[in-house]
Design a protein around this ligand. Structure first.
Ligand code: ATP
Ligand code: MG
Length: 357
């Protein structure tokens, strides 16, 4: 039993975020009770259209003071495009968290669950079970570059990839450590050093250097083009896959797509050192088309809660939630409509909470 009490900032945001978060909290409370973990939740209404309408901004000026000392942030969904453009809502909240809280790891599991139809033929639960680790702060998504001679025949546009030794090494270290903690102890690096001739060879070099510090981890690398093909053709080959910001972005959508619905995929934006809180949130957005109907699948939010517990060091409690999700999804009547069931959001959430042991 852990003595520590974890303080969690809860931000439901907009749309179905408000519907799935209560189910995530219900399941977290059930797991915490079963495993003697003490969780304290502080609720915040910012990062939402309602807040923006009242205050003209997505978050209060002192948002960092309000949530910066929490052990983690549990987030629903941001965005209400009918009222506020996505770039305003996103840059006014989640992207601020990533940058100001140095969340340099974006982590997503790729796991085929029972009851979830995979678009890949002949794949069953157990065949696909790996993690995508994406570098989240530099690489191709730098703002370094510019446009010269606009609207002339000499128009000239560049954007540079920025790789720092610190930035590359810290994401690789995280990925190797994750690989080392898993039974297969296998790491795959995404590269493109045959075409991108300066930054990608550097990335490969740093992978090789890091690998020397993890002699127990088998590693390989693929160019991003064939790697995406192999995600589809041979998803069973992978255990931990690490990529730069752009390559990781692509892989972290492709991977979960191979394992079924957007409604169940979780994610973490992580500051591994714990200097700042990490954010755990379902991959899906606010889904205005189904918001308010009580039919959203809460599994993405619930699974994100499990990742949060694991990040906090409460591995057994976290795993108990993932196991409960598997048992729930195996029963058709407990699944939501997007998975061919007839359970509503609350019924599905309650079923997972009851299954936690
Ligand atoms: P984002 O807000 O991240 O830009 P988006 O608005 O383009 O994403 P989502 O809000 O994720 O997209 O919704 C995409 C589609 O998936 C919608 O039709 C939505 O209804 C469906 N969907 C998303 N999440 C869920 C869920 N939890 N349960 C059921 N359906 C979902
Ligand atoms: Mg959206």
């Amino acid at each position: 039993m852990s003595k520590k009490q974890y303080r969690i900032a809860v931000i439901p945001g907009d749309g179905i975020g408000k519907e799935v978060m209560p189910e995530g909290l219900r399941v977290l409370e059930a797991a915490a009770k079963k495993h003697g973990v003490s969780l304290h939740f502080d609720h915040f209404d910012f990062s939402s259209w309602d807040y923006y309408e009242k205050h003209g901004q997505m978050m209060p000026d002192d948002w960092k003071e309000k949530i910066g000392k929490h052990d983690a942030i549990y987030f629903g969904a941001v965005g209400w495009p009918a009222k506020i453009p996505d770039h305003v809502s996103l840059w006014g909240s989640l992207i601020k968290f990533r940058r100001e809280f140095d969340q340099y790891v974006n982590l997503r599991p790729v796991r085929l669950m029972p009851g979830v139809p995979s678009p890949l033929a002949n794949r069953k639960p157990g065949d696909i079970d790996f993690w995508v680790v994406r570098e989240n702060t530099e690489g191709e998504y730098s703002s370094v570059g510019g446009r010269m001679f606009p609207d002339t025949d000499r128009e000239f546009v560049t954007q540079q990839t920025v790789m720092t030794r610190t930035g590359v090494d810290r994401i690789l270290k995280f990925a190797f450590e994750l690989a080392q903690s898993r039974p297969k102890k296998h790491l795959t690096s995404a590269t493109k050093s045959n075409g991108i001739s300066i930054t990608m060879p550097y990335w490969d070099e740093r992978v090789e250097a890091m690998a020397k510090k993890f002699p127990g981890v088998k590693w390989d690398k693929y160019h991003i083009d064939i790697l995406t093909a192999n995600f589809v053709l041979h998803p069973d080959w992978f255990d931990v896959v690490v990529g730069s910001n752009l390559f990781g972005d692509i892989l972290s959508d492709l991977g979960p797509a191979c394992t079924g619905t957007i409604g169940i995929a979780p994610s973490g934006n992580i500051n591994p050192e714990g200097d700042f809180p990490s954010v755990f949130e379902p991959v899906h957005g606010s889904a205005p088309d189904i918001a308010g109907q009580g039919i959203a699948n809460p599994i993405g939010a619930i699974w994100s809660g499990a990742m949060m517990l694991e990040h906090l060091g409460e591995k057994i409690a976290g795993k108990s939630i993932v196991d409960a999700i598997e048992r729930t999804l195996a029963e058709r009547t407990l699944r939501t409509k997007d998975l061919g069931g007839n359970a509503d959001t609350t019924a599905c959430g309650k079923a997972v909470a009851d299954m936690v042991d």
